[in-house]
Design a protein around this ligand. Structure first.
Ligand code: MLT
Length: 239
């Protein structure tokens, strides 16, 4: 049986972990892979990202460096962390080395899981289909901000939980499922995704930086229908 659980990546072994950072890292990963990036290599630090990209370039790969600190592109990087930067023209066929403050860090907390996937509104339906066809426990791991839960990530987790329950492929009737029930209730009470994102901590932060249009992009459902999966050191679309 299949039990959507949430938030705490402390019971990952044997299950599927879905890493969620709606604003914006998990949306950006989906957009990059949907645009045809060869793979996304997550890195925990700016230094690690620079070294990883340099090593790939030394091997003849046209690696791009992407990511942010304080929501702003890192000095010397090719790309920031806005999904709209990751177009076919820019990333097609190339590896992207990505480091972000919360999103890529959350990925590294999930390495014990049997399978690590990435979720965002951009791949909501494709992800739910994949999860419905799987088995075992699903941990919907909300990256949040500075290890605090954020509304946009909880909203997405709740949408996934509701879809799985509606499809008959998940149950919240489990002693670990209280967080999932809370998220599901929140998602049912808030059908307007963009409104929640605008009003969230991450959304207000992006608005302050003049990146309101990113919020709309991150709220759009099924705009990048790929399911990124961590294989070795890189995220690639599940085929
Ligand atoms: C993060 O990983 O902390 C976020 O994606 C930050 C951002 O929106 O750039």
């Amino acid at each position: 049986h299949f039990v959507p659980a949430l938030f705490t990546p402390d019971m990952l072994a044997g299950g599927t972990a879905v890493v969620i950072d709606v604003l914006r890292a998990s949306t950006t990963v989906c957009h990059a892979l949907h645009a045809g990036a060869d793979r996304v290599v997550p890195c925990g630090s700016v230094e690690d990202a620079r070294e990883t990209a340099a090593a790939l370039r030394a091997k003849g790969e046209a690696a791009l460096l992407g990511g942010e600190r304080m929501c702003v592109k890192v000095d010397g990087f090719d790309l920031g962390n806005s999904p709209v930067e990751y177009t076919a023209e820019t990333v097609g066929g190339k590896p992207v080395v990505l480091t972000t403050t919360n999103g890529t860090a959350a990925l590294f907390r999930c390495l014990e899981a049997r399978e690590v996937l990435v979720g965002s509104f951009a791949n909501l339906s494709a992800l739910c289909e994949r999860l419905a066809g799987g088995d075992g426990r699903v941990n919907l791991v909300c990256a949040g901000t500075d290890r605090n839960l954020t509304a946009e990530d909880a909203l997405f987790a709740g949408r996934v939980a509701n879809r799985l329950v509606e499809a008959g492929s998940g149950t919240l009737d489990h002693h670990d499922a209280d967080p999932a029930r809370l998220a599901a209730t929140f998602a049912t009470a808030n059908p307007e995704t963009a409104a929640v994102l605008h009003d969230s901590r991450g959304g207000r932060n992006l608005a302050r930086l003049g990146r309101e249009s990113d919020i709309e992009v991150c709220a759009a459902a099924d705009s990048a229908p790929v399911v990124p999966r961590l294989t070795g050191d890189a995220l690639r679309p599940v085929s």
